[in-house]
Design a protein around this ligand. Structure first.
Ligand code: NAD
Length: 428
């Protein structure tokens, strides 16, 4: 699948079909699970700051809610497509199932570029999205959250609109809210930290000390920044990161051979995870082409930017030294590249497991909203560690027992749980 023709939904369905075959799943279950239960497509008309009107396309896809209310973020992205949202909603179903939280899978999006929108315009889009969907989402049916280029502030505008429409307080309608306004401590760290909890367990299994390892990371946004911070705390070194340069419309990698210094690099990074290349150069970082993050001589690769970044075209560039690939992003590896990685015996921590820390903490946020009582950060991150570690162990034990690739083992656990829930409810 080349980058141009890449369709994430086709990829998600191909992944599902393969596992359904492995599980000898009945036809009806296959038909139910390979497509979303419901989807909403709508227009959001906005008055722009200059007085003109503009219409944005919005989506919500509810893939499956047999195990509990749908859960999944809302992405604001200029290249957003319905098939991306469908794929992401399906991956959410598997993700909530693999970490065994009582939620299903959904996803939403708006085709827009927040870089070119004022805060007021963004607020109008956020409120418009909720106005279109207020009766089809909610704390007991489908719970949105932030994703690429959506923020706690956007979540709060959305919550406010929802509460205005429903004339009561529903803090559990949406997660990723600001702390102090129903948000959970630890949410900003959760995905990146969760990823490193699984890397720590994988290193244990491989008998490698974290302090003997070097990593290269694609992306320098929320997931990457906290992953790097915790990876450093457990003793690892990160020598390269890449990110998107808005001005040049291209990606760059930033390398420091003795290890990037996270706080230093953050001081020259914008709120979208874009690093200022001139300032980084002044700080002693080499500025390289964007795709060079993948060819670094490291032990661990962490793709934490977008989907379809490790492909048939660049998988051959992965250094023989790489032992672990921990997928921070959703769907970063194409099926062709995955086959190569599998044959090379690289230990993959698949996205549905590796980046499930975010949704797990979102679940904790909802639990706290329901109790109207809030945990300390250590309590949140401690519970997160337990959930992620247990999920990792379950997947790696199944992988060993049935001689499965880690990705397949994670899918087997997740898909089995969801198919069983559909059966238990009498849907199939
Ligand atoms: P973000 O918007 O905070 O950061 C994205 C980063 O990727 C930015 O640094 C951006 O510059 C970089 N980037 C974009 N295009 C790039 C390219 N072509 N090459 C190199 N870098 C590029 O997003 P995030 O929240 O960190 O999410 C990253 C990924 O992780 C997404 O796939 C998202 O779906 C997934 N994810 C996020 C969460 C979460 O809680 N934030 C949870 C699960 C999965």
């Amino acid at each position: 699948m080349s980058k141009k023709s890449f369709n994430p939904f086709e990829m998600a369905q191909a992944q599902f079909d393969k596992i359904a075959g492995l599980l000898n799943m009945d036809e009806a279950s296959r038909e139910l699970l390979r497509c979303p239960l419901r989807e909403y497509h709508f227009s959001i008309p906005i008055k722009m700051d200059d007085g003109s009107s503009k219409v944005f396309r919005g989506f919500r896809v509810q893939h499956n809610d047999a195990r509990g209310p749908g859960k999944g973020g809302i992405r604001f992205h200029p290249m957003e497509t319905i098939d991306t949202v469908r794929a992401l909603s399906m991956w959410m179903t598997w993700k909530t199932a693999v970490v065994d939280i009582p939620l299903g899978g959904s996803k939403g999006g708006v085709v827009c570029d927040p870089h070119n929108l004022s805060p007021r315009e963004l607020e109008q889009i956020a409120r418009g999205w909720v106005r279109q969907l207020a009766h089809n989402v909610g704390p007991l049916s489908d719970v949105p959250a932030p994703d690429v280029m959506t923020s706690p502030q956007i979540m709060l505008w959305m919550l406010d609109e929802y509460e205005i429409i429903h004339r009561a307080k529903y803090p559990g309608f949406i997660t990723g809210k600001p702390v102090g306004m129903g948000g959970s401590l630890g949410r900003v760290e959760a995905t990146g930290f969760g990823l490193i909890f699984t890397v720590r367990e994988a290193l244990k299994e491989l008998g490698i000390k974290p302090e003997d390892t070097i990593a290269s990371v694609e992306g320098f946004g929320n997931v990457a920044q906290y992953a790097i911070r915790l990876f450093n705390e457990i003793g690892g070194t990160v020598t390269a990161v890449s990110c998107w340069d808005q001005e040049d419309n291209t990606a760059y990698s930033f390398r420091k051979k003795d290890g990037i210094v996270i706080d230093q690099l953050l001081s020259v990074t914008d709120r979208f995870g874009g690093i200022n290349k001139n300032k980084a150069r002044d700080l002693g970082y080499e500025v390289l082409p964007g795709d060079e993050w993948i060819e670094q001589d490291v032990d661990i690769l962490i793709p934490a930017a977008l989907e379809n970044e490790i492909t048939a075209e660049n998988v051959g560039k992965i250094s023989p030294r790489v032992k672990i690939i921990a997928e921070g992003a959703n769907g970063p590896t194409s099926p062709e590249a995955d086959e190569v990685i599998k044959n090379r015996g690289i230990f993959i921590i698949p996205d549905l497991l590796a980046n499930a820390g975010g949704v797990t903490c979102s679940y904790f946020e909802q639990v706290q909203n329901s109790m109207n009582y809030y945990w300390q950060k250590d309590e949140v991150l401690g519970r997160l560690d337990i959930k992620m570690t247990n999920a990792f162990i379950a997947v790696s034990e199944l992988a060993k027992k049935r001689k499965l690739y880690m990705r397949d083992a994670a899918f087997v656990i997740a898909i089995n749980r969801v198919a069983q829930a559909c059966k238990d409810r009498g849907w199939i």
